[in-house]
Design a protein around this ligand. Structure first.
Ligand SMILES: [Zn+2]
Length: 133
């Protein structure tokens, strides 16, 4: 299910949705080079990552849903499983969120671009042929 060729592979590994080989982002999240530090196009198949100006505005909806889910689940766990008060629960989840939200932001873009671009196992081969010519 998470193998190459599945959308989940591309989404969770931040890989190009077209070839599943090139990276979406130039650096890891821990390198502090910016959350949205994306390549302009795939280094392996040449797929452009910004399909049109403002393409990633739509990823905000995905990010909103993911961060809402994180807050809901996080606060529920803190209240019902850890026995914290509501204020303590929100404080804990917000502090932990400082570490999770950059990941969610990247994840939202990865989901968004995967909604529009299909996997093509021959993409890398075709791109290399085209570049040689
Ligand atoms: Zn690619």
């Amino acid at each position: 299910m998470l193998g190459k060729g599945s959308k989940l592979y591309s989404i969770f590994r931040f890989k190009c949705p077209h070839c599943h080989e090139g990276d979406l982002y130039k650096s890891s999240l821990t390198s502090m080079n910016g959350i949205y530090n994306m390549h302009e196009k795939c280094t392996e198949c040449g797929q452009r990552y910004e399909l049109e100006p403002g393409f990633y505005w739509g990823a905000m909806y995905i990010g909103y849903a993911l961060s809402s889910g994180y807050m809901l689940i996080g606060v529920s766990i803190a209240i019902f499983l850890m026995g914290l008060s509501v204020n303590q629960s929100f404080a804990l989840v917000i502090i932990l969120g400082l570490f999770f939200l950059p990941l969610i932001a990247r994840f939202a873009r990865s989901v968004w671009i995967n909604l529009y671009i299909k996997y093509d196992p021959t993409a890398v081969e075709r791109y290399r042929k085209k570049v040689k010519e």
